[in-house]
Write a protein that binds this ligand. Structure first.
Ligand SMILES: O=C[C@H](O)COP(=O)(O)O
Length: 258
């Protein structure tokens, strides 16, 4: 029986302005009770422009919801127009930062090398990376989904010391299941998540791999979350579209009731 605490994280992507963010987090906080937080870690990943408002609300009302960013610069400061650094996110008391999301890899040409540099930047500033990996449809159709995803895991964790790697969160998100309504079958997701844990055991140790949380992401909603969470190597979900509906996200957090 796993002792890993499930992590349900809502990746809002480029949705909800800072005023909407406040209303949304207030709704989540109103609905979630202590027993929810005892069973599951709950986090939201708003756009950068919302983070200060979310921080103020979480601090002011002593909420148990954690929050983080959707990206981080590999650099600490300097002439990098449009980027947001680790020190800036740390100052906002972010807990998490998503790194290497498929939309960043696809639209911003992020490579495993850059993803690896961002993972290191996150740890340098006390942030926990949610390292996103997963294959495109043609890779799955060719039967190369496991090797493709494991190469991304290896690339993202390259030269990362064990004391950092043991707290990393890996999000397995098959690209063809993101925002499409096509959820990856629970057993198919488990196949890849088990392989990811095996790769981490190979890179570090079985003991360390057993501590790492592996999320599934891709069209997760209240109606399918229980089946996904029943898989041995799936320790949470990175939820996109369904996290924008507070009631739906609360149901996902309460996956045991679905
Ligand atoms: O980060 C979240 C994933 O990209 C999943 O998005 P989705 O739940 O809208 O399919």
């Amino acid at each position: 029986m796993s002792t890993r605490t499930p992590l349900m994280a809502g990746n809002w992507k480029m949705n909800l302005n800072h005023l909407e963010a406040i209303a949304h987090v207030q709704k989540l906080a109103f609905a979630l009770a202590d027993k929810d937080y005892e069973a599951v870690e709950v986090a939201v990943l708003p756009p950068f422009t919302d983070l200060r408002s979310v921080q103020t609300l979480v601090d002011g009302d002593k909420l148990k919801i954690k929050y983080g960013a959707q990206d981080i610069s590999a650099h600490d400061s300097g002439a990098f127009t449009g980027e947001i650094s680790g020190p800036m996110l740390a100052k906002l008391k972010c807990t998490y930062v998503a790194i290497g999301h498929s939309e960043r890899r696809q639209y911003h040409a992020e490579t495993d090398e850059l993803v690896n540099a961002k993972v290191k930047a996150a740890y340098k500033h006390g942030l926990t990376p949610i390292l996103c990996v997963g294959e495109e449809l043609e890779v799955r159709e060719a039967g190369n989904h496991v090797s493709h995803t494991l190469a991304q895991v290896e690339g993202g964790l390259k030269d990362l010391p064990a004391e950092q790697a043991e707290t990393v969160v890996i999000a397995y998100e098959p690209v063809w299941a993101i925002g499409t309504g096509k959820v990856c079958g629970a057993e198919d997701a488990q196949e890849v998540c088990a392989a990811i844990r095996g790769k981490i055991a190979e890179l570090y140790s079985q003991d360390l791999a057993d501590k790492v949380r592996i999320q599934y992401g891709g069209s997760v909603k209240a109606g399918n979350v229980a089946e996904i969470m029943a898989q041995a190597d799936i320790d949470g979900a990175l939820v996109g579209g369904a996290s924008l509906d507070a009631d739906e996200f609360v149901k996902i957090v309460r996956f045991r009731d679905q």
